[in-house]
Write a protein that binds this ligand. Structure first.
Ligand SMILES: *Cc1c(COP(=O)(O)O)cnc(C)c1O
Length: 379
């Protein structure tokens, strides 16, 4: 089945009790048993819930995976993956990681004896030199946030397979419509469903997808044991959101390209980071592993003045100043003071998150209106 058909039909069936075409919101904590141990596959909603179940199957299908699990947030999904590790294990990750991922690595899991290495993952050889017998996980984010660097997933899969380590890819920015890491050799895909999968800025949720049965058993064991599951109502909203994922992402890509080209031609702008540009250093890798370049764009200003950047994010009228991304509405953000404030200044500046850097999540409004808004804000 092709993507659009799976997005609409995978995992969902008419309700057996009534024929309702939409999966009901099974707002229940428990399920009545006919006799001890005689139940219909559902015992308690931390472990299994039919609305969540439909969503988990749907997300697994659109990622070309076998097993899906949904969590109360993207970070709860990351928490689940990291709990597969043991003290002394080592993880290799990117040096321009999402701020919240960096924080859970450094301030939660380091305490339990897990060792994290951060490296520029565009440099495949540099990743390989960090591998040793304790390397148990490679954690990739691509495109990266907010610098829009592209990591070669197939190259990372080769390294992780040789090391006997697990390759996890945070696929939040690309979405399953543009990139499927499992097909490129990854063992686990993670999503902040909060972003494009939900797509309407009304839910916080995370998801994991894998195809290996042993990894899946661990994933479900930790999901049930730690209990960071998502709610039936939120599962319903995301099932509805995913039905239009392909249409939304097509428009995000079209608008993203128009806005990126407008910014690149603007006299006040220094650099524009968008993987669709042929001049982007990883454009060839992006073309190979993605089916489009998305609507996430970062840029900085000539002169690199903090006040200039803060002025622009205040002056926009259609773009809303907010954290997060991936909704139908356009958002604007200032990474240095918002999403990346928890990363030390010298660390963030090394990766390009300078004071005048601005990040856009280009929505699916009319592109002319978005460009007019940026024109007046930059004037
Ligand atoms: C938002 C985000 C997360 C965290 O997800 P939450 O749903 O906010 O917990 C992780 N990775 C990336 C790339 C994100 O954008």
């Amino acid at each position: 089945m092709k993507f659009a058909t799976k997005a609409i039909h995978a995992g969902v069936h008419p309700d057996p009790a009534t024929g309702a075409i939409m999966t009901p919101i099974y707002q229940t904590s428990t399920y009545v048993q006919d006799g001890v141990g005689n139940h219909k596959g559902y015992e308690y909603s931390r472990t299994q819930n039919p609305t969540r179940h439909a969503l988990e199957k749907n997300i697994a299908a659109i990622e070309n995976g076998k097993y899906g699990a949904c969590f109360g947030s993207g970070l709860a999904a990351i928490d689940c993956v990291l709990k597969m590790l043991n003290p002394g294990d080592e993880v290799i990750s990117t040096n321009d990681l999402y701020g919240g991922s960096y924080r859970i690595f450094k301030t939660i899991f380091e305490k339990y004896g897990i060792i994290f290495h951060f490296v520029n993952m565009q440099d495949v050889a540099a990743v390989a030199t960090l591998v040793n017998e304790k390397t148990k996980m490679i954690w990739v984010e691509t495109p990266t946030n907010p610098m829009m660097n592209i990591v070669d997933i197939e190259a990372m899969a080769k390294i992780s397979k040789a090391a006997g380590a697990m390759l996890c890819v945070d696929n939040t920015f690309a979405t399953p419509y543009l990139q499927n890491p499992l097909d490129l050799g990854a063992d686990m895909v993670m999503h902040s469903v909060t972003k494009y999968l939900g797509g309407h800025s009304d839910v916080v949720m995370g998801a994991l997808v894998c195809s290996d049965e042993n990894i899946a058993n661990e994933m479900y064991r930790i999901q049930n044991s730690s209990g960071a599951v998502t709610a039936p109502m939120d599962s319903f909203l995301v099932l509805r959101g995913i039905k239009t994922l392909h249409l939304r992402v097509q428009r995000h890509c079209e608008n993203g390209e128009k806005v990126a080209r407008f910014l690149a031609a603007h006299p006040k702008i220094d650099k524009v980071y968008w993987p669709g540009f042929e001049t982007h250093p990883n454009h060839e890798v992006a073309k190979r592993q993605m089916r489009g370049f998305g609507g996430m764009i970062s840029f900085n200003l000539k002169g690199n003045q903090l006040e200039d950047a803060l002025n622009i994010v205040k002056k926009v009228e259609i773009f809303a100043l907010a954290e997060s991304l991936g909704g139908v509405e356009s958002l604007i953000g200032h990474p240095a003071t918002m999403t990346h404030a928890s990363i030390p200044k010298d660390v963030r500046e090394q990766s390009g998150v300078v004071d005048s850097l601005i990040r856009l999540s280009v929505g699916i409004e009319d592109a002319d209106d978005l460009i007019a808004d940026l024109t007046q804000a930059l004037a």
